[in-house]
Design a protein around this ligand. Structure first.
Ligand code: PEP
Ligand code: MN
Length: 261
């Protein structure tokens, strides 16, 4: 179902007038984690002004350590809804299990399935039964074949609205958090009709690399980017080091526009 052989035209996903795929770029921006009303609304307003069309913010966090901040859960979902009412931005957040996906589908416009859950087949099947677009992140060490098969799990249950997200893979390199597999964009475009976006924040792990990697992503034909933005990255409860300050995000948007990306 994900293959271009059976569906030669690029899929365009239309969410309340915001189109993703076929030359329409999704600009997803926001904090790694939703931390408070003040934090989310401040960031939402600023990314909206800079030209984002979708607000991200984790309410359920799949943290590597059980002692790290786990997210605001339902309270966070309610804040995303409020941010949408105030800014008009579409919203996305990650579902980490069969319980949370029901809540996520109720409160947000898109469902994110994270790298760590890319092969959680029960979760993929459940996402396939919901009538909401799904952003499916590439697993930490998943091949493109495994990633497309994960998309197939969602699509074979009836949900064809899948957006792939390259977020860097594990390699021997340690200077960056992950290695952005930029070749995934043109490769996936050759074999699949699904939109593909790039998350430069989790790929790099460093805010200074977010702009160059975003430019690279758009230059090779990505259908958008997902960028972490925080107004006080030094105090962020997660991923501060890779988060852009609002003014840096604004600059990134201006520079992408200048380059015609
Ligand atoms: C995220 O986007 O918040 C996240 C946890 O990303 P990933 O699943 O790519 O690690
Ligand atoms: Mn993060």
């Amino acid at each position: 179902l994900a293959s271009k052989l059976f569906h030669p035209e690029d899929t365009v996903i239309n969410i309340e007038g915001v189109k993703i795929g076929g030359g329409n770029a999704a600009i997803i921006a926001g904090p790694c984690s939703i931390e408070s009303e003040e934090q989310l609304l401040t960031i939402a307003k600023s990314v909206k002004e800079s030209g984002a069309n979708i607000l991200r913010g984790g309410a359920y966090k799949p943290r590597s350590s059980p002692y790290s901040f786990q997210g605001m859960e339902i309270e966070g979902l309610k804040l995303l809804k409020k941010a949408k009412e105030l800014t008009g931005l579409l919203t996305i957040t990650e579902a980490i299990c069969l319980d949370s996906i029901e809540h996520v589908a109720e409160y947000t416009d898109l469902i994110q399935i994270g790298a760590r859950n890319m092969q959680n087949f029960a979760l993929l099947k459940k996402a396939g039964k919901l009538n909401k677009p799904v952003v499916l992140k590439r697993g930490l060490s998943a091949t493109m074949e495994e990633w497309l098969m994960a998309a197939e799990y969602i699509m074979s249950e009836g949900n064809s609205q899948v957006i792939l997200c390259e977020r860097g893979i594990r390699t021997f390199e340690t200077y960056t958090r992950n290695t952005l597999d930029i070749s995934a964009v043109p490769m996936i475009k050759e074999i699949s009709h699904l939109p593909i976006i790039v998350d430069p924040s989790h790929a790099a792990g460093k805010w200074s690399m977010v702009e160059p990697l975003s430019k690279a992503a758009m230059a090779v034909g990505a259908d958008g980017i997902m960028v972490e933005v925080h107004h006080q990255p030094e105090n962020a409860l997660s991923d501060g080091a890779q988060s852009l300050k609002p003014e840096k995000f604004k600059k990134l948007m201006e520079n992408l526009a200048k380059m015609g990306l």
